[in-house]
Design a protein around this ligand. Structure first.
Ligand code: NAD
Length: 492
């Protein structure tokens, strides 16, 4: 794949600039390993510069009328839609997302999220608390200051909107560090934001490696909050780094989604939805339904149909409209996913399909892995650890209690799903699954208004909706003595 157009330098204080030490990161195509771009690499000195720019922009941005902040976000949503085709291509080239997904999901969701928070900017109300006579007590919500946002490589464009939308609407300024593998669309977003009229310093984008730029941002004393999406392992490091200035944190970490299919489910729909749950974006989704838990009477029929579908998925160039599954985002990650096939076999697992790179010579230089289905013991590593690829395990159960025991047997708790025609069971099981999100007769639905996040090893805090806006503000309680005669201490 040839080099792509778009900004490649750090975005700090409203300008594209080189890294202080002139360093760069090569960005390569996951489809064929070709060089897409050479992007400036931020290190500690650059992060310092970006935080200083965000800090100096904060007083004016936080004092900007909320409706005006909202207007800019609404304008940005329009700009994303106007450049939909270009953004989708850039995202697909950089990440390997099939273009049909980037076009139909990533770009519209990015615009929708900016629009949602644009509309919400002037609806973040305070409250009046009923307190004792003689006092008025009211609560206003105030932005935090500079927020650091660290994102992974699986949905880089969409995460720009999930992270920046609520933070900016609430009046904070932002330093966002995209993943080193996929910085291209966030830099293009910076350019669009400058064109839209966001003042210099309000948004700063600093591509760089996690242990350098990420660590500097996570520990920075002038950053008031870090919103992190990534692995549980790095999430723990972010917690440690936050101790210095007691930063607030929002942690969106890994997942190991249980996808329970009851015997009374509409099997055709469950097969289709379960394939989307795991194979969309090559399974590189924290909310992927990576554990299929099938009720015994339909397990065989379900498996046959699911395997047939998995084998029919069209792998190919992410920029080809016919492609249903693209490459994984990096060679290292492809190797990691394939290594889990050996882990599964070593623990007695049976590979029912896939488990290898495709034979097609046209894909030989890319990071492709065939859709992989593995029958494995519930206690096996592949049933407990996040593989983060097109890799799904199958186990069977008998009765609701066992289904829940299996579903809740992992340390993660992000997303989960169930398929049934029994309405009472649907609600009962949805409540009993230990996770931040549950889908009934569907999987992986997200909306800017619906809280997104997990429990346990999947982290804490929520993106989306008022939850997110509240997370980017602190409540301030103001007490006013409205009774001139009221003694404030012992009478004198
Ligand atoms: P990762 O944790 O390795 O990296 C995520 C981000 O953190 C990257 O920008 C990286 O450069 C940075 N980073 C790495 N080390 C750092 C450090 N020491 N200090 C600060 N920043 C550091 O994760 P990944 O491999 O890029 O992404 C995959 C993971 O992300 C999976 O575990 C997946 O489940 C998770 N994820 C979670 C959600 C969610 O919303 N819960 C969404 C998408 C992905």
């Amino acid at each position: 794949m040839a080099a792509v157009a778009g900004p490649t330098r750090l975005f700090i204080g409203g300008e594209f600039v080189d890294a202080a030490d002139g360093g760069t990161i090569p960005v390569t195509s996951p489809h064929d390993g070709g060089r897409l771009a050479e992007v400036a690499e931020a290190r500690e000195a650059d992060v310092d510069r970006a935080v200083a720019a965000a800090r100096s922009a904060f007083p004016s941005w936080s004092a900007t009328p909320a409706a005006e902040r909202g207007r800019l976000l609404l304008k940005l949503a329009d700009a994303v839609e106007e450049r939909a085709a270009e953004l989708a291509r850039l995202e697909s080239a950089d990440t390997g997302h099939p273009i049909r997904d980037s076009t139909r999901l990533d770009v519209p969701r990015t615009a929708a999220t900016f629009r949602y928070f644009g509309g919400m900017a002037d609806k973040l109300e305070g409250s009046v608390v009923p307190v004792e006579k003689g006092f008025l007590n009211y609560v206003v919500r105030e932005p935090l200051g500079v927020v650091g946002q660290i994102v992974p490589w699986n949905f880089p464009l969409m995460f720009c909107s999930w992270k920046m939308g609520p933070a900016l609407a609430a009046g904070n300024t932002v330093v966002l560090k995209p993943a080193e593998l996929t910085p291209l669309t966030s830099l293009r977003m910076a350019e669009l934001m400058a064109e839209t009229g966001f003042p210099p310093g309000v948004v700063n984008i600093v591509p760089g490696y996690g242990h350098l730029a990420g660590a500097a941002l996570a520990a920075h004393p002038d950053v008031q909050k870090v919103s992190f999406t990534g692995s549980t392992e790095v999430g723990r490091r972010i917690v440690e780094a936050s101790a210095g200035n007691l930063k607030r944190l929002q942690l969106e970490l890994g997942g190991k989604g249980a996808n329970i299919v009851f015997a009374d489910a509409d099997v055709a729909k469950a097969v289709n939805g379960s394939a989307f749950a795991i194979f969309h974006n090559q399974g590189q989704a924290c909310i992927a339904g990576s554990r299929l838990i099938l009720e015994e009477p339909i397990a065989e029929e379900f498996c046959e149909r699911f395997l047939e579908l998995a084998r029919s998925i069209r792998l190919g160039d992410p920029l080809d409209e016919a492609t249903e599954m693209g490459p994984l985002t990096s060679p290292e990650h492809r190797d990691r996913v394939l290594a889990y096939v050996k882990v599964a076999r070593d623990e007695g697992g049976e590979v029912l399909c896939g488990g290898r790179a495709p034979d097609d010579p046209a894909l030989a230089r890319g990071c492709y892995v065939e859709p992989t289905v593995v029958r494995a013991d519930p206690a096996a590593r592949v049933n407990r650890e996040e593989v983060f690829g097109p890799f799904v395990t199958v186990t069977t159960f008998s009765g609701e209690d066992q289904a829940l025991e299996l579903a809740n047997s992992v340390d993660y708790g992000l997303g989960g799903g169930l398929w049934t025609r029994d309405l009472s069971r649907a609600h009962r099981v949805a409540r009993a699954i230990r996770s931040g999100m549950v889908w009934v007769n569907s999987y992986k639905r997200v909306s800017p208004g619906s809280p997104f996040g997990g429990v346990g090893d999947s982290g804490y805090g929520r993106e989306m909706g008022f939850e997110a806006m509240h997370g980017y503000t602190d409540p301030k309680s103001v007490w006013v003595n409205v009774d001139a005669d009221l003694p404030v201490w012992y009478p004198r």
